[in-house]
Design a protein around this ligand. Sequence first.
Ligand SMILES: NC(=O)C1=CN([C@@H]2O[C@H](COP(=O)(O)OP(=O)(O)OC[C@H]3O[C@@H](n4cnc5c(N)ncnc54)[C@H](O)[C@@H]3O)[C@@H](O)[C@H]2O)[C@H](O)CC1
Ligand SMILES: [K+]
Length: 480
Amino acid sequence: MISTERMAAVDANAAALGVPRKQLMESSGNAVAREVRAVADPGAEVALLCGRGNNGGDAFVAARFLAAYDATVHLLGRPESIRTDIARENWAALGAAEIPAETVTDSADLSLGDPDVVVDAMLGTGATGALREPERTAARLANGSDATVVAVDVPSGIDADTGEPTGAESDPFVDADRVVTFHDEKPGLGALDAAVTVADIGIPAAAERFVGPGDLLALGRDPDSHKGENGEVLVVGGGPYTGAPSLAARAALRAGADLVRVACPETVAREVQGYSADLIVRGLPGDRLGPAHVDRVRELAAANDVVVLGPGLGDDDGARAFARELLAAYDGRAVVDADALRAVPEADTDAELVCTPHQGELVGMGGETASDPDERAALVRSFAADLGHTLLVKGAVDVVSDGDAVRLNRTGNPGMTVGGTGDVLAGAVGALAAVTDPFRAAAVGAHVNGLAGDAAAEAFGNGLAATDLPDRLPEAMRDE
Ligand SMILES: NC(=O)C1=CN([C@@H]2O[C@H](COP(=O)(O)OP(=O)(O)OC[C@H]3O[C@@H](n4cnc5c(N)ncnc54)[C@H](O)[C@@H]3O)[C@@H](O)[C@H]2O)[C@H](O)CC1
Ligand SMILES: [K+]
C-alpha cells in the first residue's frame, strides 16, 4: 500500500536512480494496453478518454500498444494545454504515427460511439475538487455506456488515498469496472466496486529502500509562514566538549529552523555565542550539566518544538543523571545523541525520540548489530520497536527505523568519520523534526548531512572538518 504523497517521493527517487518518469509512463501505458487486451479481443472498439496531465499521457502511450484494436484517443482540452513535457511528447508521437486522435474542447462535441472498452485516463493522482468540464460530461458518458470501463491508476473523480469522491457526493465520478494502478496498491482503491490490478512499472526497489531527493519533496516552507512556524530548536549539551553544541545549533539553523537556542554550562556559553551571533544562548551555572539543571532546562524546552539532547554533554555520572531525569520529565519531541543515548533505555519517558547512535553507541544502548546489511536493518527495526522510538544508526550505510518502516541512506563518505559530523547530523534532524514526523526527519537528515559531507569532501578532500558541513546543508536540501 502506498499513499499518493509517498508515491510522488518514490517517483522522484526513481528518476535520481536513472529511471525517469517518461520511462515509467511507457511502462504504465503498456500495462493499460495489457488490461484492455484482457477484457476485449483484437478488433474491439476502444475509446481512450485522456486528460491533460500524466494520467492522460499514460493513455497516449497505451494507444501505441493497441494497434490491433479500433482505438480512438479523445484528448479533453487543447493540445497546447497538455501540462507536462512527457505527456506532450507522447501526444506528439501519436500524431506522427497517424494514430487516430481527436481533441474535445466543448463537452457538447464529445461522442464516444458505442465502444466495447472505455479507458478512463482523465485524471489520476493530480485531481483536485469536483470534475470540471469536459471531464464531467465524459464521466457521465462513460458511466452510461455499455462498455467495460478501465480506469488508469485511479477512477477520475476518486481520491486514491481515501476512495472518496474528490468533489461533493452529487458530483459525478467514473464508476470503473477495472482499475490498473501503478507500482503498488493505493489505500482508497480497496473500497471501490472495481477489480484492481497492480502493474509493475519498473520502479526499482531501491527507490523505496534508500532515502533520495524525493524524500525532500513537500518539506518546503509555506510562503505565508511566520517567524517560529518553521521550528524552534533547543540544543542541550556542552561540558567537556565545547564545540559540539555550536555545531548542532548551527546545523539546525542551516537546516531551516527559525530560532535555535542553546542551553549549556556557562563555561561553554561564551564559545557557543562566539560561534554564531544567530544563536540564543542560555548559560547554566557550572562547567557540567547535572540534575540541578533539569527544572530550568525543562522550562526552556517547553518553549521549543524540538530538543537536541547530548552534543558535548560528557559521560560523567552527573551528566548521565541529568539526561535520564530530563527525559523522564519531558514529553515533547527530541533528538538524542552522543553521551545522552545511554540514558534512553533507562529513562521512563513520554517523549517522542529520534536516537542517533553509531554502531558502538547502539550496542551501548543494548542494541545489536550485524555485518550483513539486511540483518543489520532488521535488528535496528526490532530494537526501535522495543524502545518505542525512532533510531538512526550511523554507518557507511545509515539505517533509519521507527520500529515499522526501514529506510537506508547511502550519502556521505569516509572523511566524515572526523569528530563533530554527528553533532551536525543531530542538529539537522532536530530542525527537520520540527516540521515533519520523526522518521522522515531522521531519514532526510541523514541524507542531507551526507550530501553536505560529500560537498565538503569535494572542496577539502581528506581535510574536511565538521565545521565545513552546516553551511552546505541548504544546498543539500534544495528539492529541485
Ligand atoms: N510514478 C507515478 O506515480 C507515475 C504516474 N503516472 C501517471 O501520472 C498520473 C498523475 O499525473 P499528474 O499530471 O500529476 O496529474 P493528473 O493527470 O491526475 O491531472 C493533472 C491535471 O488535471 C487538472 N485537474 C485537476 N483536477 C481537476 C478537476 N477536478 N477537473 C478537471 N481537471 C482537473 C489539473 O490541471 C491538473 O494539472 C498518475 O495518476 C499516473 O496515471 C505516470 O505516467 C507514470 C509514473
Ligand atoms: K483515471
